[in-house]
Ligand binder design. Structure first.
Ligand code: PAF
Length: 300
């Protein structure tokens, strides 16, 4: 497998195609088809992204990561402007994770026709939970992911793209998009990476003060307790969980629900249910919106 300490940085679709074709030509896979793994990101990278890239590295012959802060998926201009832009550190992390090529396009390269007229619609799943809190977010996210999947798609190799399970609704929508639009890419979900205190890693955690960070731990704690009760066959008390999160200092609960992991419809969770269910939560802590989730059965 080709690995290099510093990934090749490209910024146009043509350079990306050229770089990946050359790398794919060089890999000797015997009778097996070569494969390309894509790790789409918005930069501001952390160990959660390293896990995505590392999984791709272990699975695919050629690994591409993209870094593009997609304005289409930000409703709030201030949120877009303060989104961390840390290219040098990102390149180091991606190099250490074995990424071969980093595609970091400009806004003009990604949207050559300006503001796109034609977009992907997230449908009803895009209107609940995160979609309700951030109108238009999932349409913008799916539109850019469809474009990235097209831009990095190899002509002769197998193709997979990697996304974190922390953004569970995003992952479910991407899976549904490739099914509904016949996009020939395998979609791989990679488990949430948590800090030692249990907080799910997020590019936005850097904006939490020490006190806010401490308060934010109520989210993973409540979710973990729901999972433990579920595994023990005990009924879940969502109202008590919501009250606990809402009572934490400086924490404003948006939602705590149990949903079907594909449709994101709320489910009444029976402790002995065999159907997979996901406990999902979102809260504002200071100026930061945090999301988290946990599976109520099977691996966390
Ligand atoms: O999860 C993210 O970082 C973004 O939503 C994604 C998938 C890179 C699309 O911009």
């Amino acid at each position: 497998m080709p690995t290099q300490a510093t990934p090749l940085l490209v910024s146009t679709a043509g350079e990306l195609r050229e770089a990946t074709s050359a790398l794919l030509e060089d890999v000797g896979t015997g009778d097996r088809r070569a494969s390309l793994g894509l790790v789409p990101t918005m930069g501001g990278l952390h160990a959660g992204h390293a896990a995505l890239a590392g999984t791709a590295r272990r699975t695919d012959d050629v690994v591409v990561a993209s870094i593009f802060v997609n304005p289409l998926q930000f409703g709030d201009r201030a949120d877009l402007e303060r989104y961390p832009r840390t290219l040098d550190a990102d390149l180091r992390l991606l190099g250490e994770s074995g990424v071969d090529v980093v595609f970091a396009p400009t806004l003009e390269e990604m949207y050559p026709g300006g503001e796109p007229l034609v977009r992907v619609s997230a449908g009803t799943v895009g209107e609940v939970l995160e979609g309700a809190a951030r109108p238009g977010h999932f349409d913008g996210m799916l539109t850019v992911v469809a474009k990235l999947l097209n831009l990095a798609r190899p002509t002769t190799a197998d193709y997979r793209a990697y996304f974190g399970q922390k953004d569970a609704q995003q992952l479910a929508l991407i899976r549904r998009m490739v099914l509904d639009l016949n996009i020939p890419a395998g979609i791989e979900g990679v488990p949430i990476v948590r800090d030692t205190d249990g907080l799910a890693l997020s590019s936005r955690n850097r904006f939490l003060s020490v006190a806010e960070r401490r308060a934010a731990l109520v989210l993973p704690r409540v979710l973990q307790e729901l999972r433990e009760r579920s595994l023990d066959g005990l009924p879940l008390d969502l109202a008590a969980g919501r009250a606990r999160i809402g009572a934490a200092d400086g924490v404003e609960l948006d939602y705590l629900d149990v949903v079907d992991p594909l449709s994101f419809d709320a489910v009444v969770h029976a402790a002995d249910a065999t159907a997979p269910a996901l406990a999902v939560a979102a809260a504002r802590v200071g100026a930061v919106r945090l999301i988290d989730n946990i599976a109520l059965s099977g691996p966390a």
